[in-house]
Ligand binder design. Sequence first.
Ligand code: ADP
Length: 257
Amino acid sequence: AEAELIRIQRFESLAMLAGGLSHDLRNLLQPLLLAGESLQDYQDDPRLARLGALVRDCGRRGLEMVQSMLSFARGAHRAEQVKVKALIDALSLLLQGSVPRTMTLDIEVTDPQLTFEGNHTELQQCLLNLCLNAMQAMPEGGILRVTTGRAKLDARFFLEHEEAIPGEYVRFSVADTGVGMTEEVRARIFEPFFTTKDDGTGLGLHLCRRIVYSHGGVMRMDSIVGEGSCFDMYIPLVRAVDETADDESIENDANLH
Ligand code: ADP
């Protein structure tokens, strides 16, 4: 429980830092964007106009990044009806263009018509992060397997993962046949800025778990060095934790003893 608190605290400071930084950056970028826009209309000197367009584009991109940093800081969570099929379709479209020849992409959807409450964009980001990690773990190629379907989490799962509440979930799994992770790496992968890659940010999995948590869900991971890894995201099909759900968890818990 203490480690959990430290984790939350660390995250809160990171969120505060990101919030402050985004605010300052926005104040810098907005005038830059405006300057670029007015320079771009400069008729007398085409070279200056081109530079103006460049400044405008950079300002715009910067502001977009600030925007996503801000929503991260606020933990913004816009709930909508998410369709499993829409998530998987968007993902496979993105993957098909980037999976190399040495890799087999295997996508299996058990309940395509399933819808649940959540945020499409955020979950899309999670799936993409997991898939990119999986691809990077297979430099020599292999199998990237994405599966999804309904899952019932029982009391046993509940005991292994304190955060989980027994009930109906939708499961998204991303498995690879890559390098796998050592015990030391596994223990730290969800920490912000933890990375073993030269060009990694170490934010992918942290953000991913953060998003899953904000959906009331849980993440699970299995990995064997030299064989591969599998990441599971479980998102509850009913988000609200009402009294019946509470009763059920107590009952299930008691059943185990
Ligand atoms: P990044 O990808 O920028 O390093 P992540 O938070 O996504 O940041 O991942 C953190 C670390 O977890 C990675 O550097 C890597 O060591 C490990 N990791 C994540 N996914 C996998 C995977 N599928 N196979 C092996 N290692 C992984």
